[in-house]
Ligand binder design. Structure first.
Ligand SMILES: Cc1cc2nc3c(=O)[nH]c(=O)nc-3n(C[C@H](O)[C@H](O)[C@H](O)COP(=O)(O)OP(=O)(O)OC[C@H]3O[C@@H](n4cnc5c(N)ncnc54)[C@H](O)[C@@H]3O)c2cc1C
Ligand code: SF4
Length: 317
């Protein structure tokens, strides 16, 4: 715990968002850069709790108090090592994770919690800038072959770990680009796709191989997987939850995952025939979670005339 008075001296601060009229004109990420000194003040708010609830709250078990302290002490390279010890892709989680660590943070009992997610993303972005995120080539090969089916975050994390353990790993992806929902679900304004491409280049340099347009069970015969010592199934969910109520059959009602992948393809430079667009339309979004929020931002960037969001849960405090 670098500064025992940190949480007394500094309130919680987050990066500013780019102004709405500006960010509606592009698909780039929403947040402005966060000054390093302010970030270190934020890290100093961590109390290095004897029982750090943040660590339990994090599904990855990130060792959060350690890297808060290392950031405060300006030991960024040690911080990224500690962060990578539990998290293959902090640049994804630091942007996208709903941060249950912050909901769990002990400081949050009677103050605003530590800005854990912001510290996380700043550590990894600094590490990329400094060239510390280099390919980790395994020192020895096992001679074992592993197929990973699906290239979402689950498949990518499994593939990276297995490659680094010395296995020969091939990732099969039915889509034309790697990344799963990171690529075709989540819009650029939450995470620009260069963030995925940068990590894929590291993985390829480590030896992971990727096969796109390879739909196992459709255009890839499952018998092809017989030649592997192990197979990881990381195919995600895909099936959308429908709303079978009167009127569902009417025109102009779309699943989010019909609308968002098309918009993401267009931002990648693809041409999508008969794209579902919201220009000039009055839009209703049913469901106010991450997916609903992504539809909201996309509809506004298309130039919707109005957008209303319906949410079953109470308005958050
Ligand atoms: C619109 C949207 C926004 C979201 N926003 C957030 C967010 O902000 N924060 C957050 O934490 N979570 C968010 N999520 C949830 C998050 O994206 C998922 O939990 C996560 O992507 C699941 O990862 P996965 O690797 O299991 O599956 P996926 O990302 O779905 O990847 C599975 C991959 O497997 C491929 N595949 C499936 N079957 C085959 C096959 N037979 N052969 C070859 N390939 C196959 C698919 O094409 C896909 O690319 C969001 C989800 C959506 C839909
Ligand atoms: S719970 Fe909060 S204050 Fe305690 S160690 Fe974790 S981040 Fe720091």
């Amino acid at each position: 715990m670098g500064d025992i008075r940190g949480f007394l001296n500094h309130g919680r601060q987050l990066p500013t968002r780019r102004p709405v009229p500006v960010r509606l004109r592009d698909w780039n990420e929403v947040y402005e850069p966060f000054p390093t000194e302010v970030l270190q003040d934020q890290a100093s708010r961590c109390m290095n709790c004897g029982i750090p609830f943040c660590n339990n709250g994090c599904p990855l078990g990130n060792i959060i108090p350690d890297w808060n302290d290392l950031v405060y002490r300006d030991r960024w390279q040690d911080a990224i090592e500690r962060l990578h010890a539990t998290n293959n892709f902090p640049e994804f989680t630091g942007r996208l994770c709903p941060a249950p660590c912050e909901a769990a943070c002990v400081l949050g009992i009677n103050q605003d919690p530590v800005t854990i997610k912001q510290v996380e993303v700043t550590i990894i972005e600094r590490a990329w800038d400094e060239g510390w995120v280099a390919p980790q080539i395994p020192p020895a090969r096992t001679g074992k072959r592993v197929a990973v089916v699906g290239s979402g975050p689950a498949g990518l994390a499994a593939a990276q770990q297995l490659t680094r353990a010395g296995h020969d790993v091939v990732v099969y992806e039915r889509a034309d680009r790697i990344g799963g929902l990171l690529r075709y679900g989540i819009p650029n304004f939450k995470m620009e796709k260069r963030v995925i491409d940068r990590r894929l280049a590291q993985m390829e340099a480590e030896g992971t191989r990727f096969r796109v347009n390879a739909n196992v069970g459709v255009n890839v015969d499952p018998s092809e997987l017989d030649g592997y010592d192990a197979v990881v199934l990381a195919g995600g969910a895909t099936a959308a939850r429908d709303l079978p109520i009167p009127g569902r059959e009417l025109a102009g009602i779309h699943q989010a995952m019909e609308f968002l992948p098309q918009a993401n393809r267009v931002t990648e430079g693809d041409v999508v025939a008969d794209q579902i667009r919201a220009d000039g339309k009055h839009v209703i979004i049913i469901g106010g979670g991450d997916t609903g929020a992504d539809c909201l931002g996309t509809a506004h960037r298309h130039g919707a005339a109005s957008v209303h969001s319906f949410e079953i849960m109470p308005r958050p405090p």
